[in-house]
Design a binder for this molecule. Structure first.
Ligand SMILES: [Zn+2]
Length: 381
């Protein structure tokens, strides 16, 4: 039952998350994103930041001092990697629901050769901006920001965190990873990859990741001048979360940075900082939206005013209340495949036996007035 509750709760979260419209309050907060140029230069000037280096410790000090200045109490999660130690930096903005969280992650280490302005100073300054701007807001769902260590050696910090630091009482509704945001100076940086889970081990979390990533891309379109491009998630700190069945999404620049990737030329002067700022605006919009920071979203908003699906969540049967004449219905899964198509009379019970647990879209076409309505349906047994 606990599992079913979690499933329904996550799916309701995803369902409400898919109903976004432009919100002035989110737009107003986005205007508070600063130029990140100075912060990126400070990060770059600390030097290369491989695990075990003094520069990594200096970076940790710089990040934690910023968080303290903003009013947080950062927690350092220490872990071993060979004969070295590394550290994750964690801050929390508690939500009114004590156990539900979204995680925003961005690693702060670099490879030996690179000062890492883009990889991943850009992600680090994004988390600093978000932390500053949300400090005095009250989310319904808590926001946990984590700067991971030892990402460059194979997501060691995020693996350690997932295996050792997550509480069994924590419901992680989304892990959003930020790694390389912005792009290459002089190139077209108008596109941003919104990364979804296409990994099949496990595949149980893929459809919700897809839904959340669609929402993320809609938010990017609504609140930035960037064009979102759906892509697959790979090779960053969301991987250990995905492996444990959690729902993930990521942001990653679209333009080719290979001339500078993991090289000594990964410098602010080779980045498009304006594009980085746009991605940060989109990330902030996503943080405000997914954490319900404004309290303006409710499940009721996704119910249309013409018809109601009963019950919802459904088990084996569904009826559509509000019908006064026969309609055509079609049921689609989150991948957009049509799984059911039939005529339905008022009070008729629609059989759902052939559909598995999950989130669906029900299209209802009224032939008399040609009105077509889409509703979300959850099946949970
Ligand atoms: Zn990276």
């Amino acid at each position: 039952m606990q599992k079913l509750y979690y499933f329904v709760s996550v799916i309701l979260f995803a369902l409400t998350a898919n109903a976004q419209v432009f919100n002035q309050s989110i737009s107003d907060k986005i205007q508070k994103v600063d130029s990140v140029l100075n912060q990126l230069i400070v990060y770059e000037n600390i030097g290369t930041k491989p695990t075990g280096s003094p520069a990594l410790l200096e970076t940790l000090q710089w990040i934690t001092n910023k968080y303290r200045f903003y009013g947080y109490a950062p927690v350092i999660d220490t872990f071993k990697i060979g004969s070295n130690e590394s550290y994750n930096i964690i801050i929390e903005k508690q939500g009114t629901n004590p156990n539900k969280w979204i995680i925003i992650g961005a690693h702060y280490d670099s490879v030996d050769e690179s000062p890492g302005a883009n990889d991943n100073g850009s992600g680090v300054v994004a988390t600093l901006q978000i932390a500053r701007i949300i400090k005095d807001l009250i989310p319904k769902i808590g926001v946990r920001i984590i700067n991971f260590g030892a990402e460059e050696q194979g997501f060691i910090g995020s693996s350690h965190y997932v295996k050792n630091k997550l509480l069994t009482s924590d419901s992680i509704l989304l892990m959003l990873n930020l790694d390389q945001l912005g792009g290459t100076k002089g190139e077209d940086n108008s596109k941003i990859y919104c990364e979804r889970d296409e990994d099949t081990n496990p595949s149980s979390n893929n459809s919700l990741s897809s839904l959340m990533t669609d929402t993320l891309s809609n938010l990017i379109s609504l609140y930035t001048n960037l064009t979102p491009v759906i892509s697959d998630a790979y090779s960053s700190d969301y991987v250990p979360f995905e492996n444990e069945g959690m729902i993930i999404a990521g942001l990653y620049q679209e333009s080719d940075y290979s001339d500078h990737y993991h090289k000594s030329t990964d410098l602010v002067s080779n980045m498009d900082v304006d594009a980085t700022v746009e991605v940060i605006k989109g990330t902030l919009a996503a943080t405000l939206y997914f954490s319900k920071m404004n309290g303006f979203i409710s499940v009721n908003e996704v119910r249309n005013k013409y018809y109601d699906l009963n019950p919802n969540p459904a088990v084996n049967y569904l009826t559509i209340s509000g019908l006064i004449n026969p309609v055509s219905i079609e049921i689609f899964n989150t991948q957009g495949s049509k799984l059911l198509s039939q005529e339905v009379c008022p009070n008729e019970k629609i059989k759902l036996f052939d559909l598995s647990n999950g989130l669906y879209t029900v299209s209802i076409l009224n032939h008399i007035n040609n009105l077509k309505i889409h509703s979300k349906l959850i099946i949970a047994r």
